[in-house]
Design a protein around this ligand. Structure first.
Ligand code: FAD
Ligand code: DLZ
Ligand code: SF4
Length: 512
């Protein structure tokens, strides 16, 4: 009996569970660059180039490891356009009776696969997605019976279960979370290291030419492609992060500096999400840096929390709540996504910079995604479906399992508080506190109303006024609503007028 193992474009690891039981001499591994995956949303050009190049490099690694691989490139005249069609042809050609695949990261594809066994008349084995440290059962066991699914408590369970930064039963240093030492604004003279970069090799150059030709109408710049496309290169990105950036990671985690898209972040999301790096090795490397005195606890704990806390939690949360989660819209948001998200002109410097960097790099760091792009989407009441699609398109690390909970739960509050205890809404003061964007802005962050005022200022209050009926009941919002209640009626009227005019201009495609 010959088995067929399907490896998806984000399962690029020789340790993938689906590969483990194969007989290398007999069984066949299948990989395909297909239209269905490349266009179910119109992914950023750099995202497609990154994934195709990483897939082609992984194909080389599979062959070197002795696997029999059937790989179809996008421009192959025999390309069948969908993963199902490729599997169907391979099943017929090789008289396959058993197909094995690790669980797809996205619900859409997982659902699609559930009909394959019947349609193909084969046995379909779906193995656990071991790109994650926690099996899905770990999350559902933890979630069972809980009214609230807060990341912080899940994270502590993960620390205990995986013995990370633990001294016996106690967290290293006595505290679970060192965020109180983080979140500083970046000083002017900071010498931020350049990101680890790789010149495109022939495989990548070929892919770039393909993308320029075939996906010319997709958003994003393809120039200056410098990402890691092999496991070895991804390991180098991690190693250089540990050596040059981790020390300052915690301190400047929430800082934004104009013209500095990379800051002290790790830039490992592309690689960890495609399987080129494992979560375990990222955690081990950071913990080791603490033990050897190379990096302080606030940075190391902060980084480890992102990986074994946020990343694992978000993934468990997604599978726990899909498919219903996607339909949620607690705040009834329905405004169309404005053109400024696609690079249309705006006078709001923070938004303009974050979109520009997203277009250039298919990357923006967390606080840009959250507090600038996300905050605006929340305050402006943008339609969750359109916002989710935008985030899925523009970031090279975006797959629905990670994008959807972050966008719907963390920024848009579509679930009414399942993921976040209150909306992450902020006025211009927060952006000004954490960045230098306001210095080069046409608006004044100090002004609260009027045509010169920073739009985040009046949109923030207008958001609270609009959603008073829903949000005032939230105990974490009580204080801010008390402030609103004390606000002068004339000021409230002014805020509402400014917001109304802003939204009219937005709808008329005028530069805001
Ligand atoms: P670092 O800041 O160095 O963090 C280290 C790692 O921690 C990341 O590589 C990532 O694997 C993990 N991580 C950190 N925060 C989160 C989080 N909230 N959820 C899941 N993992 C996390 N991350 C994605 O991987 N794909 C997405 O599509 C994505 N969409 C997002 C959308 C919004 C609105 C927000 C607010 C966050 C989103 N994130 C997403 C989380 C986070 O912004 C990115 O993981 C991070 O910016 C990637 O850059 P980095 O590797 O330099 O991260
Ligand atoms: C994102 C992506 C793209 C752009 N192209 C492919 C592809 O051609 N072939 C493939 O196997 N996978 C691709 N992927 C990744 C898949 O979309 C991803 O595996 C699913 O979304 C499940 O997580
Ligand atoms: Fe953004 Fe307002 Fe600052 Fe301008 S003034 S950069 S719009 S926060």
């Amino acid at each position: 009996m010959t088995r067929l193992c399907l490896i998806l474009g984000d399962q690029l690891s020789l340790n993938m569970s689906s590969l483990q039981a194969l007989d290398k001499g007999k069984d066949i591994v299948l990989m395909a660059e297909v239209k269905e995956e490349a266009t179910y949303v119109k992914h950023h050009k750099k995202k497609i180039a990154f994934i195709f190049s990483a897939m082609r490099h992984f194909a080389v690694a599979l062959k070197e490891a002795g696997y029999q691989l059937q790989y179809t490139q996008y421009d192959d005249p025999n390309n069948h356009d969908s993963l199902y069609a490729h599997v169907e042809h391979a099943v017929k050609e090789h008289k396959i009776t058993q197909v094995v695949v690790a669980q797809a990261g996205e619900y859409r594809l997982h659902e699609n696969m559930s009909s394959w066994a019947d349609k193909l008349n084969v046995e379909l084995e779906i193995t656990e997605d071991n790109r994650f440290l926690a099996p899905l059962s770990f999350f559902s066991d933890w979630a069972e019976g809980r009214k609230q699914l807060r990341m912080e408590f899940f994270y502590r369970e993960m620390r205990r279960a995986h013995r990370v930064l633990m001294e016996g039963k106690e967290p290293t240093g006595g505290k679970w979370n060192y965020d109180s030492q983080n979140r500083e604004k970046a000083p002017k003279d900071l010498n931020i290291p350049k990101p680890t970069s790789f010149a495109p090799d022939n495989i990548t150059k070929e892919v770039i030419a393909l993308v320029e030709d075939t996906f010319a109408d997709h958003f994003g710049d393809i120039g200056n492609f410098h990402y890691a496309v092999t496991r070895e290169q991804a390991q180098q990105v991690l190693a250089e992060f540990i050596e040059h950036r981790l020390e300052n990671f915690g301190q400047y985690q929430d800082a934004m500096v104009e013209g500095e898209p990379w800051m002290y972040h790790s830039h490992v999301s592309f690689y960890i999400n495609t399987g080129s790096l494992s979560a375990q090795e990222c955690v081990d490397a950071a913990e080791q840096a603490y033990i050897s005195g190379q990096a302080p606890l606030n940075s190391v704990e902060g980084f480890i929390r992102q990986i074994i806390g946020w990343r694992e939690y978000i993934r468990g949360f997604y599978w726990h709540l899909m498919p219903d989660y996607k339909q949620k819209n607690h705040l009834h948001a329905k405004r169309d996504l404005p053109d400024l998200y696609w690079g249309g002109k705006t006078k709001m410097n923070c938004l303009q910079q974050c979109v520009k960097e997203t277009k250039e790099n298919a990357y923006a760091h967390h606080i840009q995604r959250l507090m600038v792009l996300g905050n605006f989407a929340l305050l402006a009441g943008l339609d969750p479906e359109q916002v989710n699609e935008w985030y899925l398109i523009v970031y090279a690390d975006a797959y629905e399992w990670v994008e959807l909970p972050n966008v719907s739960g963390m920024i848009l509050f579509t679930d009414g508080g399942m993921l976040a205890s209150k909306p992450y809404a902020a006025s211009g003061a927060y952006i000004n506190k954490m960045s230098n964007y306001c210095q080069n802005c046409a608006y004044s962050v100090k002004e609260k109303v009027g045509h010169q005022a920073c739009p985040f200022n009046y949109l923030y209050w207008d958001f609270l006024i609009r959603h008073k009926g829903i949000l005032q009941k939230n105990p974490r919002m009580a204080m801010i609503y008390r402030t609103l209640e004390k606000m002068d009626a004339k000021r409230v009227e002014h805020i509402e007028q400014d917001a109304k005019l802003f939204f009219e201009n937005l709808a008329n495609n005028e530069e805001v």
